[in-house]
Design a protein around this ligand. Structure first.
Ligand code: SF4
Length: 336
């Protein structure tokens, strides 16, 4: 199918993605029917606790899942309409880095400790674009400037351990942007950083996105991080999308008890009088999901129906683009 590059055409479409891990202890259904659409210049947050499937879904888009044990059993991942899952590994490798790039959460382990930062950024240009060494170093300095690393030219020959956590994350972002990808997937890009540096990195990603028009998929467990950057949020639980909406709608009218639980567990400036309430219990064992709605053992609204029937992700009445997978979304949304 020819690529559709009209401005209104979706940039990235994940459709009914299923990923399972076949282990000696059984099959783990890590992603179960995830769908989302990303447009140029848009930020989509995939939000959920650890084990919810958000990082596995990102690795599937990047073509980085280890097979075996991971197997994509169903679904499509279309970039400008072309299904990446139909690509051979060499062709997927060409897409990786140049058209879709990833910022990993732990820059210290993602960067090579024995190569200077300049060498690592330059390598992107040299390997993928055949740029000569001198020009690649010059482009690396420009990129380091762009991600606001002070004294970029002087820091080119420093090693990763000589940078602070926040500066290392900027190096990772520089590497991700080197080949001007259309989509950047940032997997918990600020988890290891303190709150002030977190805010700086998120602001930087937002600025770079506005400058380049790239689509950004932001993977996080922290609703507080996404409030000011995400246009849309997909909340994941136990491998499924349980709620999705534009960010203000999700913050104002969450229809799923899990999303409500996440909102109640973060400090919010508009609710300083509310006590913070953590969600009771832990995420389920993915190899032994409870029947019906996977959230029912932790849900304050659970009813007998919830233990028997899996709720579909359905539109929430009166809210464009808002969908929720709860048998009682309408009642929860209206606070009954
Ligand atoms: Fe809770 Fe039932 Fe809704 Fe699941 S379907 S979130 S258990 S009320």
């Amino acid at each position: 199918m020819p690529a559709d590059r009209s401005p209104k055409a979706p940039l990235l479409q994940v459709d009914d993605l299923h990923v399972e891990f076949r282990t000696p202890h059984g099959v783990v259904q890590a992603v179960n029917g995830l769908s989302y659409t990303l447009h140029s210049g848009q930020t989509l947050a995939l939000l959920g606790e650890s084990g919810s499937g958000k990082s596995v879904a990102a690795q599937a888009v990047m073509g980085l899942l280890p097979t075996p044990p991971a197997h994509i059993t169903r679904g499509q991942i279309r970039l400008h309409g072309s299904d990446l899952l139909q690509l051979s590994e060499p062709d997927h490798r060409k897409v990786r880095g140049s058209r879709i790039a990833m910022v990993f959460q732990d820059a210290l382990s993602a960067l090579n400790p024995v190569l200077t930062v300049g060498d690592q950024i330059s390598e992107m240009f040299r390997v993928h674009r055949g740029t000569d060494r001198r020009e690649a170093r010059k482009k690396s300095v420009d990129l380091m400037d762009r991600v606001k690393i002070p004294g970029a030219a002087q820091r080119l020959d420093d090693y990763p351990h000589q940078f602070s956590g926040g500066m290392r994350q900027r190096v990772m972002i520089a590497m991700a942007l080197a080949l001007e990808p259309e989509v950047v997937i940032a997997d918990e890009p600020t988890t290891a950083l303190d709150v002030t540096v977190q805010a700086q990195i998120m602001r930087l990603l937002r600025e770079l996105q506005q400058e380049t028009g790239m689509g950004l998929v932001l993977i996080t467990h922290d609703l507080g991080v996404v409030a000011s950057v995400a246009d849309r949020i997909t909340v994941m639980y136990a491998g499924r999308a349980v709620e999705e909406a534009e960010t203000p709608e999700l913050y104002g009218n969450a229809g799923h008890p899990y999303t409500r639980g996440l909102l109640d567990s973060i400090p919010r400036l508009d609710r300083l009088d509310h006590a913070l309430l953590p969600i009771p219990g832990s995420p389920p064992d993915m190899a032994r999901l409870p029947p019906g709605c996977s959230f029912h053992p932790r849900c304050p609204r659970a009813a007998p129906l919830c233990t028997q029937q899996l709720p579909d992700l359905l539109p929430v009445a009166g809210a464009h683009g808002h969908r929720s997978a709860c048998h009682f979304s309408q009642e929860v949304r209206h606070g009954t």
